[in-house]
Ligand binder design. Structure first.
Ligand SMILES: NC(=O)c1ccc[n+]([C@@H]2O[C@H](COP(=O)([O-])OP(=O)(O)OC[C@H]3O[C@@H](n4cnc5c(N)ncnc54)[C@H](O)[C@@H]3O)[C@@H](O)[C@H]2O)c1
Length: 259
């Protein structure tokens, strides 16, 4: 894998389980990294730990003015933005559609979908100024099928797929590639901590036993795919979607005694 010297990468939700993994790996591979996050203490702490080629910027992805400020700060600090990773995301507390509050629906869509839309909208001119680049949207295997009790999340991630394809069509001529990653179940606070309004971590609903690769995903698994997608090896890949789930979507693997 080539290094990422001369690249400046903005990772939203860059303090989270997967986001921090992306930030650390990109920094280690020579990129300037911008940690766009709402958690100022963790964001500033991670930037300080990494040193000069890392910055924390306050970024609430659901707010357009927050995006404008974050992109401006990125260009001021590093001269250009070359990669955007739309990673920030939130899960809804489990509830049937008929019990889901409109406010919950709006909040999940605001962050997961509108946040990704605003990111593409605001970053595109900066990526164009840089002569091109890449956008990677983190969707989910839950954006491929249906999952009872997670309608806002499922709908938001399905919509990110359409946004990815449309953005790829609109930005291809500007040398900007746009792709999506669909992680399966990844061991981060996202699934290991109870969602607001629920006592039960989502991980309690999953056992990796039936997966072809019988373990949960790790942030580093997703980071490896991200690095490929933003590298020159992926120069002809745009509008594509990559499932990375250890075989979760394939269906149940052979039981141990039959294998
Ligand atoms: N963990 C999984 O099993 C899994 C599976 C599929 C997809 N995903 C997706 O992966 C992405 C990363 O999730 P994770 O697993 O690292 O979970 P995480 O909860 O550790 O990280 C999510 C991050 O998003 C940030 N965030 C939330 N609202 C924000 C806002 N308005 N503005 C900016 N940042 C905000 C949080 O502060 C957090 O840092 C998310 O988009 C999630 O939907 C996760």
């Amino acid at each position: 894998m080539p290094r990422f010297d001369n690249q400046t990468v903005l990772v939203t939700g860059g303090t989270g389980g997967q986001g921090a993994s992306h930030v650390r790996a990109l920094h280690a591979e020579g990129a300037n990294v911008v940690i766009g996050a709402v958690d100022a203490e963790r964001g500033a702490g991670l930037a300080a730990e990494l040193g000069g080629a890392a910055r924390f910027v306050h970024l609430d992805v659901s707010q357009e003015e927050s995006w404008v400020a974050a992109i401006a700060e990125t260009e001021r600090a590093f001269g250009a933005l070359t990669v955007l990773v739309n990673n920030a995301g939130v899960q809804n507390p489990p509830a049937l559609i008929e019990s889901t509050q409109r406010a919950t629906w709006a909040r999940i869509l605001d962050i997961n979908l509108t946040g990704t839309f605003l990111g593409i909208k605001t970053a595109a001119p900066a990526l164009r100024r840089a002569g091109g680049g890449a956008i990677v949207n983190i969707a989910s295997t839950m954006g491929i099928g249906g999952t009872a009790c997670y309608a806002p999340y499922v709908a938001s991630k399905w919509a990110v797929r359409g946004l990815t394809r449309t953005a790829a069509l609109e930005l291809g001529r500007d040398n900007i590639r746009v792709n999506a990653i669909h992680p399966g179940v990844v061991a981060t606070p996202f699934i290991t901590e109870p969602a607001a309004g629920s006592d039960t971590p989502i991980a309690d609903f999953y056992s990796p036993e039936p997966f072809a690769i019988p373990r949960l995903g790790q942030p580093a698994d997703i980071t490896a795919l991200l690095l490929f997608l933003i590298s020159p090896h992926a120069a002809f890949i745009t509008g594509a979607e990559y499932v990375i789930d250890g075989g979760l979507l394939l269906g149940p693997a052979l039981p141990k005694e039959a294998a």
